[in-house]
Design a protein around this ligand. Sequence first.
Ligand SMILES: [Zn+2]
Ligand SMILES: [Zn+2]
Length: 201
Amino acid sequence: METKDLLAETFKFQGHICWASAMGTRVGLVALRELGVQRTGTSDELHCIVEIGDNHGAQCFVDGVQYSTGCTFGKGDIEKAGWGKLAIMLINKNKEQAIRVSYKPGRHKMIAESSFMSKRTQGVPPTQIPQEEAWEMVNMLWEAPESEVMKVGTVEPYPYEDFGEVMGLLPCANCGEMVSKMYLRVVGDNHMCIPCSGYGL
Ligand SMILES: [Zn+2]
Ligand SMILES: [Zn+2]
């Protein structure tokens, strides 16, 4: 896939066009390239630690990372460090190697002064800003020299312990909904989901 198409797909996936998701997409692609691996479709190849936190701007960065690397919330091969930073550690589990790539603010001022961002700071939702203005801003990062917009670490050894996954779902004796076996709780002679069991996590 052309990388520009990948970017358009990322925006479709996350629902709007923004600089943070574009940057995350690019950071993900560079991490894959440096590790010499492809975007993953399974949970046993890569693991990604993203350094964003909660309730802050530019978290969309991780939507880009998910789309370009294939490490996703559902497959469980992505986790959040919670440091409020736009950076990732991408781990090749089989080779036990990792690389850290972070956003470098070489064009941050340019982005902040774009017509898209000035509308955003005035409170206009991203979905209400014309697409051309969004792409204009995104291109500032997408077409920038790599060294200006990101810091690329070196591939380092990274011991990785894989806990694998427990297969199988069973119905809860009370609500009948399917539950991962690992999450069933024993209530008398029955097995129930956590909400039905009344137990805490
Ligand atoms: Zn966004
Ligand atoms: Zn239940």
